[in-house]
Write a protein that binds this ligand. Sequence first.
Ligand SMILES: *[C@@H]1O[C@H](CO)[C@@H](O)[C@H](O)[C@H]1NC(C)=O
Ligand SMILES: *[C@@H]1O[C@H](CO)[C@@H](O)[C@H](O)[C@H]1NC(C)=O
Ligand SMILES: *[C@@H]1O[C@H](CO)[C@@H](O)[C@H](O)[C@H]1NC(C)=O
Ligand SMILES: *[C@@H]1O[C@H](CO)[C@@H](O)[C@H](O)[C@H]1NC(C)=O
Ligand SMILES: *[C@@H]1O[C@H](CO)[C@@H](O)[C@H](O)[C@H]1NC(C)=O
Ligand SMILES: *[C@@H]1O[C@H](CO)[C@@H](O)[C@H](O)[C@H]1NC(C)=O
Length: 252
Amino acid sequence: MGLSLCLVVFHHLLLKLLLTNIVVANMSFASVQQQPTCRDKERSALLQLKESFVITKSASAFEGHVIGLDLSSSCLFGSINSNSTLFSLFHLQMLSLSDNHFNFSQIPAAIGQLCGLIYLDLSISFLYGQIPLEISNLTKLSFLDMSYNYDPVTEEKFLKLRNPNFETLLRKLTMLEILVLSYVDVSSKVPDALTNFTSLKELHLRDCELYGDFPAKIFRLPNLQSLNLELNENLTSLLPEFQKKSPLTRLE
Ligand SMILES: *[C@@H]1O[C@H](CO)[C@@H](O)[C@H](O)[C@H]1NC(C)=O
Ligand SMILES: *[C@@H]1O[C@H](CO)[C@@H](O)[C@H](O)[C@H]1NC(C)=O
Ligand SMILES: *[C@@H]1O[C@H](CO)[C@@H](O)[C@H](O)[C@H]1NC(C)=O
Ligand SMILES: *[C@@H]1O[C@H](CO)[C@@H](O)[C@H](O)[C@H]1NC(C)=O
Ligand SMILES: *[C@@H]1O[C@H](CO)[C@@H](O)[C@H](O)[C@H]1NC(C)=O
Ligand SMILES: *[C@@H]1O[C@H](CO)[C@@H](O)[C@H](O)[C@H]1NC(C)=O
């Protein structure tokens, strides 16, 4: 039973690594509440696809390190802390835990050990409490999403950014291209430091309880395509004159 469970989990992970963004049939996981059901035809298509290949080391250049783990929408339910073996996958560059239920756990500080991360998605996961300083150590991040950890009915925000605050969190994350903090209780001004984030393409800060003057220079960042500042009632700003060549195509 234990072994077959392991094999199913292994196959599940393998399929996910092979085929990103596909709902995988019949996954079993100790912490799964409900088995996701995949349409029969699609399930057998995936299984047939897998069976049409032999797994052989020489077929890939891959060194054997786990560099990406996509557990998004995997029906995971349970608490997580720094003791999780997840945080010993030191070579991870991509990690998505989006759309699971981590039972109001805090984001484990051990996340700071995964300092190779370029892509980190912790959205819609029922994570709770203060965002740990350790995230500011992930200096290679180009994608960071911690949005929608909230109660969709009451709109209570579960994640807070106080100590560290917004400015401290960002200090070393200067490679960011996409930053999504919608529905995080940020409760601060928008740091001027963001005007230096020249790689930034998307900034989503919907309902973050931001206040003060939004630094107008951010509108003029050379790569900024999408900016969302909705539902921050105490945030003020003068809209600059936009140049025709401005890359900004979406402004909310
Ligand atoms: C998953 O596979 C197991 C064993 O192959 C089977 O007993 C179970 O009914 C399947 N579950 C679903 C949801 O298809
Ligand atoms: C969820 O959290 C509660 C309260 O901390 C705990 O008692 C329970 O065991 C947790 N459930 C799981 C599956 O981790
Ligand atoms: C992690 O494990 C250690 C030793 O097994 C234990 O002392 C510690 O309380 C655990 N930490 C958490 C957050 O569960
Ligand atoms: C940040 O990473 C460095 C090593 O890269 C480590 O010494 C330091 O303790 C880490 N700090 C945090 C807050 O994780
Ligand atoms: C932007 O970066 C420059 C060079 O590192 C620095 O001198 C300046 O203080 C930064 N500006 C802001 C607003 O942080
Ligand atoms: C906006 O400011 C007013 C007045 O200071 C305050 O009562 C209100 O709670 C603030 N709203 C938010 C979302 O912070």
